[in-house]
Ligand binder design. Structure first.
Ligand code: MRU
Length: 339
């Protein structure tokens, strides 16, 4: 199932805020609508956010009434600015916007050519996302053995990408090769992407999944119930992996129990010129913590912290699985030196 589709000037996507209770497909017709859908997390997950932003710019191009290239570029810049201000942490968003802007700037020919180049680039990025995820799956599947139980955090599946996922691509690929894999999904407070999305999509795929609350991870590891941990990433910087809040806790627990900890992400998630201190960690609405759904669980007026992501230092990471292969920390250091 594709999470996002381009249908002649309309972006169609599944509203992830109402899953798994309702499967609602929504239609987005402007860059503004795409930006709101990203902000409200109707679309979420780093690779999906990137492609969604590219599609947002393609919508601006498709519906533009600009009469000159200059006017068109001004509109595109405005759209880029709106999209850049949606969510600050996943680097894929900025990578995608920059790629579209660079394509537009280097486009030669008529205004029509320019419009077409922007739209084609966005469509190409969506296709590449699927291709990269398939490769991630294929490379990562080699790390899994028949009978393994994989613990994952948040949702790094189809729903976080155009299709197939990153961390869950590894599980899917191993499953498709005939390995009997089981997944333990952390519920992932406060937004519950594990409970709502990972459980939903694995059940749909027929892959066995057991849901736990986040604070059960240590217990299941201590009982020998976890063979490997695989998570996705929102940004991989020189010294760490930025991913959903709670990932760091899982990484430390995995190290304590001698369980391999893998990160699966496309190279569009790599940000090798920055360090973790340079990354803006999104702080979200306190209501996500004080409420579950629409039900208040904390006293009115309590102080709340709600960072949406944390940073796992690289020393806790056994390997990074990307479309190029399985990178050891040494391989990764080499990549950094090349930048
Ligand atoms: O806040 P979200 O749901 O957008 O956060 C998503 C994650 O943290 C994922 O693990 C990450 O984006 C990788 S998705 C392939």
């Amino acid at each position: 199932m594709k999470t996002i589709k381009w249908c002649d000037g309309v972006v169609v996507t599944i509203d992830q805020t109402v899953l798994p209770l309702r499967e609602e497909w929504i239609e987005l017709r402007s860059c503004m609508e795409v930006a709101s859908a990203i902000k409200e997390m109707k679309m979420r997950g780093a690779p999906l956010i990137g492609v969604a932003a590219a599609y947002g710019m393609a919508l601006a191009a498709y519906h533009s009434n600009a009469k000159t290239r200059r006017e068109f570029m001004r509109e595109l810049e405005k759209c880029a600015e709106i999209l850049r201000n949606t969510r600050p942490t996943a680097v894929n968003l900025f990578w995608a916007i920059d790629r579209i802007m660079n394509k537009a700037r280097s486009s030669r020919g008529s205004l029509e050519d320019l419009r077409r180049d922007v739209i084609f680039e966005a469509l190409k990025m969506a296709d590449e996302d699927v291709e990269m995820n398939r490769r991630i799956g294929k490379h990562g599947a080699k790390l899994l053995s028949n009978g393994d139980t994989v613990l994952t955090h948040c949702n790094a599946g189809s729903l976080a990408t155009v299709e197939y996922g990153t961390a869950l691509a590894v599980v899917r690929a191993a499953w498709e090769e005939g390995k009997r894999i089981k997944v333990i999904a952390d519920e992932t407070r406060p937004n519950l992407q594990g409970a709502r999305l990972t459980a939903y999509e694995l059940m749909r795929a027929g892959i066995p999944v057991t849901l736990i609350t986040d604070n059960m991870a240590g217990y299941v590891m201590s009982k020998g119930l976890v063979d490997k941990v695989i998570v996705g990433a929102d940004r991989i910087v020189k010294d760490g992996v930025v991913n959903k809040i709670g990932t760091y806790t899982v990484a430390v627990l995995a190290e304590k129990h001698g369980i391999p900890f893998y990160v699966a992400a496309p190279t569009s998630t790599f940000d090798l010129s920055r360090r973790s201190l340079d990354v803006i960690i999104e702080e979200r609405d306190p209501e996500e913590v004080t409420h579950i759904g629409s039900v208040r669980i904390a006293p009115e007026g309590v102080d709340v912290m709600n960072p949406a992501f944390d940073i796992t230092p690289l020393r806790y990471v056994d390997a990074i699985i990307c479309e190029k292969g399985v990178l050891t920390l040494k391989d990764f250091q080499r990549l950094i030196e090349e930048v």
